[in-house]
Design a binder for this molecule. Structure first.
Ligand SMILES: *Cc1c(COP(=O)(O)O)cnc(C)c1O
Length: 385
């Protein structure tokens, strides 16, 4: 058994990031300024995006993006049940109704069939999540959106570097929100960005910066002016140059991070493929996953211990895991407000009961991965039903 506890998802921050942060702290401008601009430019190039605004979180991006799309009271937004609570919370923030629908069994992304059944005359936006880094079925969702005149807004929190049919998530003209939270594939400690059509992104930038019609930092450099006007009562969602400093260096390292993630995934795959009790994550032929999470499911009736006991036993063996996610329709707020029962989204509810996320990050050594494989194998083989 391993001696020290293996954390399931620590950030990979190194000397490069520390040096860039120090450079910012020693400069005359520490909040939204030249480094944030540079990070936005680098992201735009990486994502091949029409336009990008950096913000202080993905949640902020989802919030201002919905406002920029004009979503409000009386509107419905279709959200997958299998996601982090923020995807639905932001819909509540703008006074609209999140309609929580089921996911596709293999990828746990938004089910186009479930979406079709949930569309009403009040539906305004489809909000797919690229769950665990696997892209949602965009062609099918695009067809539904076109037929019903809906906007698409991608929750790309897991999806930096994800490709759908060879094309980078974030490169489309619809809005997409990315997260740079501490556990994500690229981190700025806290942070996020919004990509998409320049007019929508610019509107989102203004809403996320007090409703001010020009960049604050330009007011203080030589080319700027002291004058600005407030065009709406906006929010305070800007990214700081300290965060952008981390992001600039993380983005340079992202290719290496992603290569390592794929190596770890291949090692897990080889280590588990003979275990019939496990359902392993898949990558559809048209998909290139960012592999944000490695989510396994225990097959129904295959083991005499359940998911919770499995997690406890791994913890006893010094392996950290997590669960992504308790479906949104099963959280008390959404359950009670809208009267959901778990079985209203049966695929999400069933997946939740059987799932756990194994350690996956760019800093894992082969020996760490082998420790996880050994502990999982030992548990599976010692507990047949
Ligand atoms: C992490 C996450 C968010 C929120 O990101 P923040 O940057 O922490 O606001 C939103 N949606 C999903 C699916 C996430 O995993």
């Amino acid at each position: 058994m391993r001696k020290d506890f293996l954390s399931y998802n620590p950030p990979t921050i190194g000397d490069d990031e520390r040096a860039e942060v120090m450079d910012t702290l020693q400069s005359p401008w520490v909040t939204t300024g030249p480094k944030t601009k540079a990070f936005e430019g680098a992201l735009q190039e990486y994502l091949q995006a029409p336009s990008v605004v950096a913000l202080n979180s993905c949640t902020a991006g989802l919030h201002v993006g919905l406002l920029a799309l004009g979503v409000g009271p009386g509107d419905e937004v279709i959200v997958p049940a299998m996601t982090f609570c923020a995807t639905a919370n932001v819909v509540e923030h703008v006074g609209a109704k999140p309609v929580l629908v089921d996911v596709t069994p293999d990828t746990l992304t938004l089910s186009p069939e479930a979406v079709r059944a949930a569309i009403t005359p009040r539906t305004k936006v489809l909000l797919p999540v690229h769950y665990a880094g696997h892209p949602a079925q965009m062609d099918e969702l695009d067809a539904l959106a076109a037929r019903h005149g809906l906007a698409i807004f991608e929750d790309a929190a897991h999806a930096i570097s994800t490709k759908y049919k060879g094309r980078m998530v974030g490169s489309r003209s619809n809005l997409a929100a990315f997260s740079f939270y501490a556990t994500k594939n690229l981190t700025t400690v806290e942070g996020g960005c919004l990509s998409g059509d320049p007019a929508l992104v610019e509107k989102s930038r203004i809403i996320g910066h007090h409703g001010m019609n020009r960049d604050a930092w330009k007011r203080f450099d030589r080319s700027g002016s002291w004058y600005y006007e407030v065009v709406l009562p906006g929010y305070k969602y800007n990214m700081t140059d300290v965060q952008a400093a981390i992001g600039l260096r993380q983005l340079k390292r992202l290719g290496g991070f992603q290569k390592r993630r794929r190596e770890v995934v291949a090692r897990y795959e080889a280590g588990f493929k003979d275990l019939a009790a496990l359902e392993l994550p898949v990558e559809r032929p048209w998909a290139e996953s960012s592999w944000h999470l490695y989510v396994i499911r225990l097959k129904e009736g295959a083991l005499r211990i359940d998911r919770n006991a499995f997690i406890d036993e791994l913890k006893n063996r010094n392996i950290g895991t997590s669960v992504h996610y308790l479906p949104v329709h099963m959280h008390p707020f959404y359950r009670d407000k809208y009267g959901y029962r778990p079985e209203d989204n049966p695929v999400a509810a069933d997946a939740y009961a059987r799932m756990l996320s194994l350690p996956l990050h760019a800093g894992l050594a082969d020996e760490d991965v082998d420790d996880v494989i050994a502990a999982v194998r030992e548990l599976v083989l010692a507990n047949p039903a």
